[in-house]
Ligand binder design. Sequence first.
Ligand code: IVH
Length: 671
Amino acid sequence: MSVPRSIIVEVQQLREQLVEHNYRYHVLDAPVVTDQEYDRLFRRLQQLENEHPELVTPDSPSQRVGAEPASEFESVRHEVAMLSLDNAFDDDEMLAFDRRLRDGLDQQQALAYVAEPKLDGLALSLLYEGGELVRAATRGDGRQGENITANARTIDSIPLRLRGDQLPARIEVRGEVYMDHAGFAALNEAQRQAGGKVFANPRNAAAGSLRLLDSRITAARPLTFCSYGVGLCEGTELPGGQYEQMLYLREIGFPISRQIERLDSIEDCIEYYRRMLDRRDALAFDIDGVVFKLDDRRLQQQAGFVSRAPRWAIAYKFPAQEVMTRLLAVDFQVGRTGALTPVARLDPVAVGGVMVSNATLHNMDEIERKDVRIGDSVIVRRAGDVIPEVVAPVIERREGRLRRPRMPARCPVCDSEVVQQPGQAVHRCTGGLVCAAQRKEAIKHYASRKAMDIEGLGDKLVEQMVEAGMIDAVDDLYELSLEQIAGLERMAEKSAQNLLDALQRSKRTTLARFIYALGVREVGEATAEALAAHYADLRAIMDADIDSLQQVEDVGPVVAENIRHFFDQQQNRAAVARLLEHGVYWPAEERQRSDSSLEGHTYVITGTLDGYSRDEAARLLKARGAKVSGSVSGKTSAVIAGENPGSKLARAETLGVEVLDQAGFEALLDD
Ligand code: IVH
């Protein structure tokens, strides 16, 4: 029973195509096919291999689906020990590292270094013989690790076979396995829904996923590999520079850091560190510092090692984004919609470079799930602009009997009853606008940038005004006098006048912003825009019935119910009427545009546009009927690239998608 030659050829071609696409996607970061096309080729290969199992080879791209579960991991000895890195925590320690190195090597001139982000995952060793992946191992204690080959094979960015025809007889490549933010969030969401284990951070999720005995589960985990060095190499001379060596690894099939740079001096290293620190929050994955390695590999050899770390490399660490502190108390904060959020009061501690004394605990379900108690040592995380959160208690440090936080039966601000809707995690104060907390939040929301954008009316000022009894509701803002404002603490007459001007300016708005500003529960910016585009008239929205509302994009039964409920309340209708009486309006012109000129077009924005925030640019495009997306595909009409564009620009270029600059963007708005 021989397989027809045409099938053998097709299988061969499919494999070559898939390997090539995989390489372009994971290593070159320049895919030439869509995900759908890749999946189609993949499914065709699977189909042919199912029909002709004798054609299956271990390095076929289809063989990344995991194998039968193992009962334990075999232990493996590293032929070359896997070392760790010395750390530096400030510029002086970096300068001292460089000085030590130069003294030791008797070098007067500046030393060149290679810089890469320090990925926050776990180390992996990959051994290739004759170009084929034969073993993958964890670092373990540095001398002995665990054989996790079956798991590593499921990671798409790890080559099963190397590229090129002059391959080393044996090469051991090392790198980091990690999970990016999107993958981590998706995994945790899926785990939560399935009632499984929720991971505290991407690092733990990556470690847990890589060390599963059932590699079929690992196959479904969003793991990524990035190489950073070579352990052993036999049968080929590697380039003499670390940087060149990394380029060689990329050539033979390994992903390397996109941020890798060769730098001429330690001063440039310090400058690189600052740049990376600035970019930290914009990266798609966690990094906990930057690793610098001497570029000259001959000098590396000369410098040698001290205890368990090379003298020629150092990790310049970032301020930790996760730290431990004590949970002193739990208070409950009342939000705009009355939701009570448990807030952790912490022993103040520096996290990610700023002092933190409060952190969110999300809701009671989370507190229970994590079993957080008052007095616990807790891990606090603060990453990017995200509000600090309590990740988990450190149970091992718990002493004695600690009290669990309890949801109060009455609102801590207005003493109204607190209720929980069946099936929902949130508890809410029933006080509505009687509750000063809800009133304050409603006004803050109304004034916020994406709503009425009242410049100078910050949260503190709103609180002061509500507490002083100057305002109760949003429409009161437009009755404030110069004397009243100037009478507030720390308010100069000039600032008071500025605020009055800003209030005046805010009256001219758009229908979408106005709807958003009203603060209807679960009506965010996108929904407000959809409502404005659909009805183009406030009255029509206020009077729409539930069925009609559900015709609007993104509006389901719950949101429709919220909108209806909001406008059924006399006090809300009266507030809207008063705002209009005060002169809030939206020019009709914005409306006419809103349903036409860019309809059917999808844009992706990357980089910085002069004079427009990303949000603002997106809003202007959407107001003209366009869609704005976060990722470039064959369907993208154009990519709008400002200063310092990201990888989306490269992706547009490989896909042949039109690219517009600032002028092109502005021309779109003028059409
Ligand atoms: S080089 C001898 N480069 O950090 C050099 N390590 O603290 C050893 N890591 O075990 C490692 N990103 O898991 C190197 N670009 C990078 C790295 C990196 C993350 C991890 C690695 C290592 C640990 C040492």
